[in-house]
Design a protein around this ligand. Structure first.
Ligand SMILES: [Zn+2]
Length: 71
């Protein structure tokens, strides 16, 4: 009878350790997936004047051409 209780205590403590380990692993992986979110907003630039840039479609200040999307 005492042997059974000892076995149950060991078994439950092992399960508790495994549960704690798996819980830590899921926490760290969740932090990793969050890092690569908003990357690179598209900008616009004049094909003739690379110094003329805008964050939205517009006309070049120097030649009046439409700014092209730059990745
Ligand atoms: Zn231009």
């Amino acid at each position: 009878m005492k042997k059974q209780i000892a076995q149950i205590l060991v078994f439950s403590s092992v399960i508790g350790m495994l549960y704690a380990c798996s819980g830590n692993q899921t926490e760290s992986s969740a932090e990793k997936t969050d890092s690569t979110a908003t990357a690179g907003s598209s900008n616009y630039a004049c094909p003739m004047h690379t110094s003329v840039k805008s964050d939205k479609p517009a006309a070049c200040d120097s030649c009046g051409m439409e700014l092209e999307k730059v990745k």
